[in-house]
Design a protein around this ligand. Sequence first.
Ligand code: 13P
Length: 284
Amino acid sequence: MPLVTTSQILSDARNGRYAVGAFNVENMEMVLAVIQAAEELNAPVILQTTPSTVKYAGLDLYLANVKTAAERAKVPVVLHLDHGSDFRLAMQALRTGYTSIMIDGSHEAFEENIELSRRVVEACMPSDIPVEAELGKVGGKEDDLDGGEGSAYTDPEEAKMFVEKTGVNSLAVAIGTAHGIYKGEPKLDLERLSEIARAVAIPLVLHGASGLPDETVKMAIERGICKVNYATELRIAYSEGVKEVLKENPETIDPKKYGSAGISKVKRFVKEKMITCGCAGKAP
Ligand code: 13P
């Protein structure tokens, strides 16, 4: 079917108390793997690209890839800009045809984050394209950039004010997750998450899910998370698939051979996480 926006699938997830998996894709094989997983589990799905990915191949190429794969599929597929770094990139993604946009003003001061996010919401509204923003700082290495000075948790009162002033459609919260692989057992501030969920009436987004125990993800979903982002573990799965083939047969020169191995690994991982998120079987 044609690409859909995040509006309906995230509101269904919020009402049904499950989350939609959002998976970062970087090449055609990862796009195929994620959409095949969604088809096999009859799950709605979000594919997303970060600014560094967009720089690698261009918004238009990812759109063409995901749009074509989505049109062949029977489940709802969204193409989302992850961590949109500035107004310009957000507008480029909107014009290209992305069906969901994140503007990440979390590195700015509170008022500047409000102003930037509000401008993006205003610009996306006539096209009915929903906007995700971030408040507080998710730690770790984000899109190849080091998060630097650590993390600052989202304040529930600020979240309420932020949502009222910006009109954003979903909000990424900082409750102790980090991008990349965790060094120790991550401790999430789930009480804070519940407070944020009570303060705002929009879907909440969990970034940095790679390496989080599935039980922790499920607890976060029970408390209001409706979108869960996975990136690093897809990279690992894809690379492992490719490496295994090349290790076994170093003379392999057909990219389809090691590409297929990458697809299988990514697909298996994505299916596991769709089951964790509870979105399997939720496609209309
Ligand atoms: P991970 O790389 O930790 O899975 O984080 C993904 C993410 O939050 C993308 O925005």
